[in-house]
Design a binder for this molecule. Structure first.
Ligand code: ADP
Length: 675
């Protein structure tokens, strides 16, 4: 939208003479010189009128002054120009991030589609009842490489607009026409094709008809006879303004994956590639709608919300906002977060976002929103439908070492002032840190531990005589720098026990292993379930027990083994709620191991949903689970056959150095697991 700017008439108000040295003089000068959208200008004029009538000693006076000051300093008509070069974006993404090939490709495809949309031949409709005029304009714009259509009056133009699948970018219309005039056409267009801008051209120019057309939504007003060069410049300006927004329109990018997999830093890189200011909004820290929408000015100490504040700080209407951890919206959030974010993210609604303090519609359609989410299932369906989801996978050890070498070590050297010393951490050291001091899918812990080592080196170098000496860091010295190992390879250590089985689970932090523990005791046919198990997990346990009971003879068990007996199934880390069906197969094997007294190999890990008849159903989070099994020292993973194709499509460095066995039924799994 191109705004109609207007200025206040110079003040002849005696109360505003400089001699009085009133703060209002300065404010009035700023208002006179400000370039503002007409709606903002109108508001500010009326606020200023109220201010003039106020007692300057009243409590409301500074509040009103601050309000006008804030409105004046908002970047209403300022936006940065988007750099739409895909090759530049590709270079920036490659320079700052190792690997993530699929992620980078999807981001570039997304940007390319948006860019192309902005680069299509502009689509013009010329409406004039004089055949010569409209044909002249058509000839002129076709020569200038516009896609141009003509209509003889408003009615014909409307039919043309309805027939076209792609909305016109601009309609240039005469005002006075038979059948349907330009103003009526303008009103129809703002309803049926809001993204189309209208330029009004007329020979019957009067100031009042110009103001009327602009009020009703026209982007510009020219008088006949039209100077073609002026019209061309106006059209180009409007298109340029529209194109500034193209990258922000359409679905919102949403990055999902475990922490430390570069979701935030890729978002930052995208903003820098396009040339936008970057704002990170940590959603978990917001507790009510007012934090985003601000407080009404009637509240004591009222302030604008985060969105308005950040736009004010960045100084442009089209920055990139990262809505970080959108799924972590607090349970105690006052207001309806889902509809609030729908309003913010939906281009149909966000052009008139309302902040309570601002009390003016704010056009957010130029803002590029990117969301990060750890657990997609926590988002409402309408919100999820607005998002273009891109999954960030867990890293393999090779990738972690590469990221460590190429990015984290150089970054920590800079951060800790070690450029002269240039300490070296080789692959073996990095692997030791990954194995013994981190247990993660991303690289945050690795980054932190490298930082810890380098800070110790910085201190030692300051204390020693030779401040340029580069110490050798070896696998052996790591323990003296970082202390005893923090994590053990749980699956590889400890004896195999009957009734305890290693299962694989997916959490929002990536994959993890979890031991399923079972015990049997005298009792009264009860199945005891502990470990904060959700409903689905409890049902999986009941299904597994019923399966084992009904196959007792086949498993060489007494048919009445459950009589006068209780069976207890426990999943450790009781404070963490667990749910989902993928532990079913592992629970069945734990029960079979317990009841047949056959120890279960800790280095074998299982993931699979089971049906009551013992069939195995496919599970999700495969890359995360396989990598978690490797991290924990497992040597073999059992998965449902129905996951085979997906597993085969995983990168080789995910599936190498671990055996993967696919099974269809619990029978088959029992056979392979215990032999
Ligand atoms: P997330 O937002 O997914 O939690 P971050 O973007 O905060 O993760 O990443 C944590 C740190 O790890 C950052 O310093 C980031 O630059 C670095 N990092 C993660 N993945 C990569 C990668 N593929 N290449 C380079 N650095 C990476």
């Amino acid at each position: 939208m191109v705004f109609f700017h207007k200025k206040l008439p110079p003040s002849d108000d005696a109360s505003l003479q400089p001699s009085e040295n009133s703060p209002l003089i300065d404010l009035k000068l700023r208002i006179d010189n400000a370039q503002l959208p007409s709606i903002v200008q109108e508001k500010i004029v009326s606020e200023f009128d109220k201010l003039q009538k106020m007692d300057s000693l009243s409590a409301d006076f500074p509040i009103a002054v601050n309000y006008i000051d804030f409105i004046l300093s908002m970047p209403w008509l300022k936006s940065t120009k988007d750099n739409l070069s895909i090759s530049h974006a590709e270079q920036v993404l490659q320079r700052h991030h190792h690997g993530l090939q699929l992620v980078k490709e999807r981001i570039l495809e997304f940007l390319a589609a948006r860019t192309l949309k902005g680069k299509q031949k502009p689509h013009l409709l010329i409406v004039d009842d004089e055949p010569v005029s409209r044909q002249n304009l058509q000839y002129f714009f076709t020569e200038k490489k516009f896609n141009t259509q003509i209509a003889a009056n408003g009615k014909e133009a409307l039919e043309c607009i309805k027939k076209n699948s792609r909305p016109f970018d601009i309609v240039i219309t005469d005002l006075k026409m038979d059948v349907m005039d330009g103003i009526t056409l303008l009103q129809h267009i703002s309803r049926i094709s809001p993204e189309t801008e209208v330029i009004v051209v007329t020979g019957h120019a009067t100031v009042s008809s110009a103001v009327d057309a602009l009020r009703k939504g026209a982007a510009h007003y020219l008088t006949k006879p039209v100077q073609l060069d002026r019209l061309h410049t106006t059209v180009k300006d409007i298109l340029e303004n529209k194109n500034k927004m193209t990258i922000s329109r359409g679905p919102v990018l949403c990055f999902t994956g475990p922490p430390g997999t570069a979701k935030t830093s890729i978002a930052r890189a995208i903003a820098s590639a396009i040339g936008k200011g970057f704002v990170r909004l940590y959603i978990a820290g917001l507790h009510d709608e007012a934090a985003i929408r601000g407080h009404r000015r009637t509240y004591v100490g009222a302030m604008p919300g985060r969105i308005v504040n950040e736009i004010h700080r960045v100084g442009a209407m089209n920055p990139c906002f990262l809505l970080d951890e959108l799924d972590k919206i607090g349970k105690d959030f006052r207001g309806d977060p889902s509809s609030l974010f729908l309003e913010i993210l939906d281009p149909e609604q966000n052009s008139t976002f309302t902040d309570h303090y601002l009390d003016l519609p704010l056009d957010l359609s130029g803002v590029m929103f990117i969301a990060t989410v750890n657990d997609l299932s926590k988002l409402s369906t309408p919100l999820r439908d607005r998002l273009e989801i891109i999954e960030f996978p867990s890293y393999t050890d090779d990738e972690k070492r590469m990221i460590g070498k190429q990015y984290l070590i150089p970054k920590q050297i800079l951060e800790n002032g070690l450029e002269d010393i240039q300490p070296k951490l080789d692959d073996l050291c990095l692997q030791k840190i990954i194995d013994d001091y981190t247990r993660e899918s991303g690289v945050r812990g690795l980054d932190r531990e490298i930082g810890n080592i380098f800070r110790k080196i910085a201190r030692t170098s300051l204390e020693s005589d030779d401040q340029h000496h580069s110490p050798t860091i070896s696998e052996e010295t790591i323990a003296s720098l970082l202390g005893p190992p923090k994590y053990r390879r749980d699956a590889a250590e400890g004896p195999d026990v009957a009734g305890v089985v290693t299962s694989l689970v997916w959490t929002e932090f990536g994959g993890e292993i979890m031991f399923i523990e079972t015990l049997k005791m005298r009792g009264s046919n009860k199945l005891i379930l502990t470990g904060s198990l959700g409903e689905i997990l409890q049902e999986s346990a009941q299904t597994a027990l019923s399966y084992v009971r009904s196959h007792a003879l086949q498993l060489n068990l007494q048919e009445d083994f459950f009589d006068n007996t209780d069976i207890h199934i426990h999943l450790p880390a009781g404070a963490v709620t667990k749910d989902g069906p993928s532990a079913g197969a592992a629970i069945a094997i734990a029960l079979i191991s317990l009841l047949t007294k056959r120890p279960a190999c800790r280095q074998y890990a299982i993931s699979g949903e089971m049906t009551l008849s013992g069939q195995l159903l496919p599970v999700g989070g495969l890359q995360e689970k396989i990598l978690a099994a490797k991290r924990a020292g497992a040597i073999k993973v059992f998965l449902p056959s129905k996951n085979k194709e997906e597993v085969n499509a995983l990168p080789a460095n995910v599936t190498n150095s671990i055996a993967i066995s696919f099974v269809d039924t619990i029978d088959e799994l029992t056979e392979l697991f215990f032999n």
